[in-house]
Write a protein that binds this ligand. Structure first.
Ligand code: DC
Length: 240
């Protein structure tokens, strides 16, 4: 199957807009694989940190991305992520990793490598892919493109709730500022800035429930002529 014509739902948007939650459910409902591309940038960042590579050593960071052994597996609460044989599903979501991703995600050679892996994944499985550049760069000819947004306050509330569920207390103002800063970095960076693809459908989820967002996306997928995969995919998906 050619990536340009394969069945892809591309979901982009800023942090906390609900992409992961809805992408996962939409993938289940369509029987598609779910690809969380943020997890891939997180995995590179964690690997750089584990190896103690200097943030100024660009070439070492690029090599680190190119040599990692990354596996993504469908899990109950999203993807399980395996890096060099170790389950790093939780480790890639620590505030330390989140804080440093921008040092990795703005390097064009790192992006080029991950984009290649993402396209290869999309060639092998009908996919619901979520990130920042799915509709613009990775899958420009995806049949169904969504730009999922929500107000900064709403996104901060959701993130705070997620963290509270994990027992992490946060200062709302501080969290809001961090999300805002990450948004600005994502929108203004030279390499693949966050923006809606011209043919993306813009969805503001601020006052919508998860079910409402999922229903809207499924309706758009149906309208775009995306097929339902049988049987629902629940096998391990390698990105290497
Ligand atoms: O979706 P997330 O918050 O897990 O993504 C983590 C970071 O990775 C985010 O700050 C931006 C970056 N990212 C990216 O640059 N391109 C993507 N396709 C996905 C994520």
């Amino acid at each position: 199957m050619d990536v340009e014509t394969s069945d892809i739902v591309a979901i982009d948007g800023p942090a906390g807009a609900g992409k992961s939650t809805v992408a996962r459910i939409v993938a289940q409902r369509l029987g598609y694989a779910y690809l969380d591309t943020g997890a891939m940038y997180r995995a590179v960042t964690l690997r750089v940190m584990k190896k103690g590579i200097d943030w100024n050593n660009r070439q070492a960071i690029v090599d680190c991305a190119r040599t990692m052994d990354l596996r993504l597996e469908p899990g109950e609460k999203g993807m399980r992520v395996w890096l060099d044989g170790e389950d790093v599903t939780e480790a890639i979501r620590t505030p330390d990793v989140t804080k440093n991703i921008y040092r990795v995600d703005e390097i064009p050679e790192v992006r080029a490598h991950l984009v290649e892996l993402q396209r290869d994944f999309g060639k092998r499985y009908p996919t619901v892919a979520e990130g920042r550049d799915m509709g613009t760069i990775v899958f420009p000819r995806a049949k169904c493109k969504i730009f999922l947004d929500a107000s900064l306050d709403e996104r901060t509330k959701r993130r705070a709730k997620e963290l509270a569920a994990k027992g992490v207390e946060v200062d709302f103002k501080q969290l809001r500022k961090e999300i805002q800063e990450r948004d600005e970095k994502n929108r203004n960076r030279a390499a693949s800035p966050l923006k809606p693809a011209e043919d993306a459908v813009y969805l503001d989820s601020s006052s919508l429930t998860v079910d409402e967002v999922v229903s809207s996306i499924l309706a758009l997928a149906r309208k775009a002529g995306l097929s339902i995969a049988h049987p629902p995919s629940n096998t391990s998906h390698s990105v290497m």
